[in-house]
Structure formats: C-alpha cells, structure tokens
Design a protein around this ligand. Sequence first.
Ligand code: FAD
Length: 403
Amino acid sequence: MNKPHIVILGAGYGGMMAAAKMQKMIHPNEATITLVNKHDYHYQTTWLHENAAGTLHHDRSKIDIKEVIDRNRIKLILDEVVSIKREEKRVKFKNRDLYYDILIVSLGFEPATYGIPGLSEFAYSIKDINSARLIRERVEYNFALYTNEKKSKDGRLNIVIGGGGLTGVEFAGELINHIPTICKEYDIEKNLVKVFLLEGKDCVLSGYDESAVQYAMNSLQSRGVEIINDAVVKACTEDGIIYEKAGSEYKILSKSVIWTAGTKANSIVERLNLSMDHGRVKVRNDLRSIEDDSIYLIGDCSLHYDQNGNVLPSTAQIAMQQGEFIARNINAKIKGKEMTDFLPDISGMITSLGKDDGIAEIFNRILFGWKAAVLKRFADNWYLFKLGGIQLLMKKGKFNIFH
Ligand code: FAD
C-alpha cells in the first residue's frame, strides 16, 4: 500500500481517542488521516443523563474537537455518514464521498426498541446532546402546561423511565434530585410529581452485587422514585406506557416517557452486510470485521468477547481502550510490524445515583455513597486528561464533588 488513507467515522469516545493517539504516532508522510463527525464537538455521552435531567448544562458536556485534534496531522470533516460502499471502499456522506484504505467505524449506538409498539413514536431517548436537551425541555414544558391548565388527570406530572440499567438508574437519580427546583420554578407542589422506573427483570442494575443493588434501590426510593420490577413494557402511547406484571396489564399516564432499556449499533453498520450479533458487528481479536480486512469497528458498533467468551459491554471504558488500541495497531501495520490482539481491561463499574451518591464495584471492592461519587468524578476527569491533557481537564473537569 502506498501512503494509505485512514478514515475515522465518528468522534465519540472510540473515534476521538483513536484520532488523538494516531496524531502522535503516525507522521503525515506515512498516512493521511481523516476524522469525520456530524458536529464540530465531541460530547461526554456519560454525562448526558445530567443534561437530560437539567442538573448540568449541555454546553458543559461538549468538547470542541479542534481543541484536541491537531489539524496539521488530521483532516477534520464535518459531515454526516449516509452509507458505506464496501466494494468500492467509499463512504457516502451528505455533502461528499470519501475513498479509504483503512476505515475505522466508531459511530456509536442507537436506542433499541425491540419492536415494542409506540416506543419510537412517543418515547424519548438519551442518545446525544440534542436528545438530552429535548427531554429536559419536554419535562419542563409539561410542568408549565400543568400550571397553566391545572389538569392532573392526564399524567402531565408523571415521568416514566423505561429500563433499570445503568442509564435509567443514573437518570432517575439526577432527575429526582432536580424535581424540587423545577417545581419551585413552575409553582408546583413537589408531592404531585411522580417518577417511575420500570424494569423488566426482578431487580435493577443486573450484574451488580446484591448489596450494591439494594443500596441503589433504597437510595432512589427514599428520594421518591417508584421502582417497579418485573414490569415488561408492552406499548407506548401518546398518553402513557403500558406494561405487564404478574399476568396483569397496567397503564401509567404520562407525557414524558424516557426509554433507556437497551442500545444497538448505529443503523448505518446494519446495512454493511457483515456478521452481527446482539445488534452489533462481530469483530476479530484485532477489531477488524470478520469479512472485510479494511474495516475496523470500535465502541458500541462492535461486538467483541473477553478472554472468557463473554460479550463485552457497550461502555465508554471499552470504547476508549479500543480507540487507543486501534491507533497502536494501525501504526504497527503501517510500519510493517505485526498487529496484536485487543485485551480489555475492565477495572470495574461505577454508577452515579445523583451528584453525591453512587455505587461502584472496583478491584473486587464495593463502594457506596459519596465514595463512589468521588470515584466517578475521578474517572470522568481521568478521561479528559487522557484525551486532551491538563488543559482540557482544567477547562471541562468536574472538581466540585457535591455540586
Ligand atoms: P459515541 O460516544 O456514541 O460516539 C459516536 C459519535 O458518532 C458521535 O460523536 C456522533 O455524533 C457520531 N455520529 C453518529 N452518527 C453519525 C453519522 N451518521 N455521521 C457522522 N457522525 C455520526 N459508559 C461507561 O463506561 N460508563 C458510564 O458511566 C456510562 N454512562 C452512560 C450514561 C448515559 C446517559 C449513556 C447514554 C451512556 C453511558 N455509557 C457509559 C455508555 C457509553 O456512553 C457508550 O458506550 C460510549 O459513548 C460509546 O462510545 P462510541 O465511541 O462507540 O460512540
């Protein structure tokens, strides 16, 4: 291969980390590198629940890509991927086409609705900056309408979160803390507002130790979140959500249903005609797709197994590690060296339950409360440091633990 053209699609955790590392390793004489993203900013997906709840302004979660990417080394294009033509090694964008020799697909996730009627039409999802902002505005709009119309029967003050996984629990924890502020703003009595968390399994946060799950449930319930386990969502309608529990069907009236129960790869990769499982594209140990040597997939688009054969979770932690790994591997390939296999390093899980509360399982220890919240802040700040050094950390870091 002469000087190859490396195209990175998506500036999320995986794509940004890959680009940030490649610009240090690969000289412009060795390869042309292009990073393409929809917007001129990268966003902290792991902070979106705070933006959606209204506890953190969405601008705080945005990072200007130009602050991290050296444009003497990496060409930055702002455009939207429409499709990928594998046979021609061509990516079709809204405003142009690009040919690649090596393609790194890091286009992230989309909500998975599993064919449940009405979810795509009537429920909201936390997937990017604008969808998070929409949820915040939706909740506030309903509060404003309630104050003006004085109608309670239509469930305007009911907020339903579908899915008790990490995103649903983190969102519930932030939202319930913010309810008193919104109530004050819209002259509404706090006790009229109800936040429901529906989970299809018999407990929220499956995968966590039982003591951590119990702690999280107590924390949320003590602040007013109504957790309904074993609640299988059947449909979403314009005026609420229908679920089944123990053989009976129930409906919660609501104009604010937020669906957080599951993700799948960006639908662009579904059309690639590559082997998929669990809604993601299967990759080899070096993160190339099984059928196409030129296409690498990282982050939430890809499906990879750990050393024990378990599917790796869709997390920022894994996406970042894969971004760094792919930079090293492609650098090796360009320099004529052997590529290696990706070995995930999962140090643990941290889940926020609001600003000063959380749970964590890390290095075989379980942490609760403020200790987990501090750890979460540390992890957020560590990422910023890794991505953009001390400058980015000082600009965007979270240093005040309890605010
Ligand atoms: P993303 O970070 O989603 O990035 C995808 C990028 O592609 C975006 O920049 C997007 O704009 C761009 N893009 C998409 N489509 C196009 C297109 N057609 N054209 C051009 N560009 C496009 N994980 C953890 O490890 N810890 C946590 O605490 C945690 N908390 C979370 C909280 C919430 C509320 C959510 C929603 C997720 C959380 N996750 C967490 C999961 C984590 O955020 C994802 O696994 C991670 O973002 C995946 O990274 P990625 O690089 O694959 O994709």
